[in-house]
Design a protein around this ligand. Structure first.
Ligand code: SF4
Length: 62
């Protein structure tokens, strides 16, 4: 499993970096996964929860 943020969909609410700073960050205002955390974080409950909470549905777990 792998977590990612679709920059085309993200509308820069900043919520993911605020709520789960161990996994998400902001790059040029857009949400992003911290490099190296894409696979290690994909199964974390807080990441799944954030994917559901993201107001633009930009967080993908595949
Ligand atoms: S919570 Fe969603 S919309 Fe907000 S910065 Fe993160 S990915 Fe973008």
């Amino acid at each position: 499993m792998r977590v990612s943020v679709d920059p085309e969909m993200c509308y820069a609410s900043g919520e993911c970096a605020l709520r789960v700073p161990s996994v998400f960050t902001a790059v040029d205002g857009l949400g992003a996964v911290i490099p190296g955390r894409e696979e290690t974080a994909a199964d974390e409950p807080q990441v799944r929860d954030m994917a559901e909470r993201c107001p633009s549905q930009a967080i993908r777990i595949q």
